[in-house]
Write a protein that binds this ligand. Structure first.
Ligand code: ADP
Length: 239
């Protein structure tokens, strides 16, 4: 479970996140939807312990910067972070050792196979295409079997096979009771698996919507998105 309470983040004079509060329960997929510059990456980096912020963030009740919280967390950054001089297989080995995992490399191989990287296992990070780096970044985030997963614009640069695998993976993580948070500006990439969507604008949640919730929304997600991001409307509702 992820709990974000009254988080604000300033870059100099620029207020990139303004008093953001939300929770993502176990077995839930939450989506942050918003145009470029809305503040999605900023809240994600705060959650992942990469930025200083005001407010509090807890992962399964533990402060997000604690070792216990970090062990539970898997993060796919917006730009793939791979090591130039480690091979694909060595990346996974590095994760296994960093997290002192006792299992052998079987699960790592399953992940690599799933994302069509097994035949690239001896290639160096710097020899991979952007899309392959993104797939490796996803495998690395999953390798220590985290319970809370944060994906920042995960579809960008992926081929159709990888997009399909990733969508299947989201559904599997949900079925396993994991907590999943995905940020995207591509509405159609999330339409069939989200539980709750928060539409961000100017560093705040301008609207929140639950899938299959009791509210009877006649508007599609896309219509709501454009009304909010291109119009002046804000629902102001928070989960
Ligand atoms: P999104 O992920 O929704 O595209 P970001 O969280 O990256 O948005 O950015 C939110 C705002 O904060 C933008 O106006 C962006 O220019 C600004 N910003 C992001 N990172 C920095 C930074 N390191 N220094 C100064 N301003 C930043």
């Amino acid at each position: 479970m992820l709990t974000v309470s009254h988080v604000s983040k300033r870059y100099g004079d620029m207020l990139a996140n303004q008093d953001i509060s939300f929770t993502v329960e176990d077995g839930q997929i939450a989506v942050l939807l918003g145009p470029n510059g809305a503040g999605k990456s900023t809240i994600i980096k705060s959650i992942c312990g990469l930025l200083r912020f005001t407010g509090s963030i807890e992962i399964d009740g533990k402060p997000n910067k604690s070792m216990e919280a970090k062990r539970l967390l898997g993060y796919v950054p917006e730009l793939p972070a791979v090591y130039d001089l480690l091979t694909v297989e060595e990346h996974l080995e590095f994760i296994r050792r960093a997290y002192r995992m006792e299992e052998d490399g079987q699960y790592a191989h399953v992940l690599l196979e799933r994302f069509e990287l097994l035949d690239k296992k001896d290639k160096l990070g710097k020899e991979l295409s952007k899309g392959m780096q993104q797939k490796l970044s996803i495998c690395c985030a999953l390798a220590h079997r985290p319970r809370v997963l944060i994906f920042d614009e995960p579809m960008v640069g992926l081929d159709p096979h990888a997009i399909k695998e990733l969508k299947n993976l989201f559904r599997e993580l949900k079925a396993q009771g994991c907590t999943v948070l995905i940020s995207t500006h591509m509405i159609d990439s999330v339409e069939d698996y989200w539980d709750v969507v928060h539409i961000m604008k100017n560093g705040r949640f301008a609207a929140s919507r639950r899938n299959g919730g009791s509210e009877n929304h006649s508007q599609s997600l896309e219509e709501l998105f454009f009304e909010i991001t291109e119009g002046g409307t804000e629902e102001g509702e928070q989960a």
